[in-house]
Design a protein around this ligand. Structure first.
Ligand code: AMP
Length: 173
């Protein structure tokens, strides 16, 4: 199945010069959604994944489905101030300024094997901060899986020491 054709491209959103890759059109097609989850899962089914950690908010859609498919637990990684219990925090850089991601400090046990999931990698800052959170509590990053990779931004280079996997690549905006 050509998953790329299921993604809607919105030029100049949220600002001029950015082409927003809208996954809602893929999600509303049950065969495409199911196939996307299959493709993300297949590489990790025999990798003894204990936990899937996914990033708010579009990462949750794939992360939840993957955790169920892989018989693993699910860990939400959220923006600052959303999680109710004690957390670990990691700052990361955005185009202008920085933001903070949080995870519950008891979400992952030391030594557990964690698959990190998001919908899309651009610069990789969000995923790198998530790797930092998992490792801060003693988890092992067993893989990083994204549906969409904006290859021209070379975010993948930040993850040379990890197993990094994307399903759909864009070579230019
Ligand atoms: P980054 O930290 O630069 O890798 O940014 C990744 C995050 O920003 C992901 O959670 C994406 O959902 C979102 N994002 C960045 N660029 C785009 C884009 N062109 N289309 C859709 N989402 C994007």
């Amino acid at each position: 199945m050509d998953l790329k054709s299921k993604i809607r491209n919105i030029p100049d959103f949220p600002k001029k010069g950015i082409v927003f890759r809208d996954i809602s059109t893929l999600l509303q097609d049950k065969e495409a959604f199911n196939h996307a989850v299959d493709r993300l899962a297949e590489r990790y089914l025999d990798k003894k994944i204990d936990m899937v950690a996914a990033i708010e908010s579009r990462g949750f859609i794939f992360g939840g489905a993957l955790a169920d498919r892989m018989d693993a637990g699910f860990v939400p990684v959220r923006k600052l101030g959303k999680l109710p219990y004690e957390t670990v925090k990691k700052d990361y850089t955005l185009e202008y300024g920085y933001a903070t991601l949080e995870m519950h400090k008891d979400a992952i046990e030391a030594g557990q094997r964690v698959l990190i999931v998001d919908d899309l990698i651009a610069t990789g800052g969000t995923l790198l901060a998530t790797c930092g959170l998992v490792e801060k509590v003693g988890g092992t990053v067993a893989g990083i899986a994204v549906l969409i990779e904006l290859s021209f931004l070379k975010g993948r280079e930040k993850f040379s020491k990890y197993d990094f996997h994307s399903i759909i690549q864009y070579e230019s905006e």
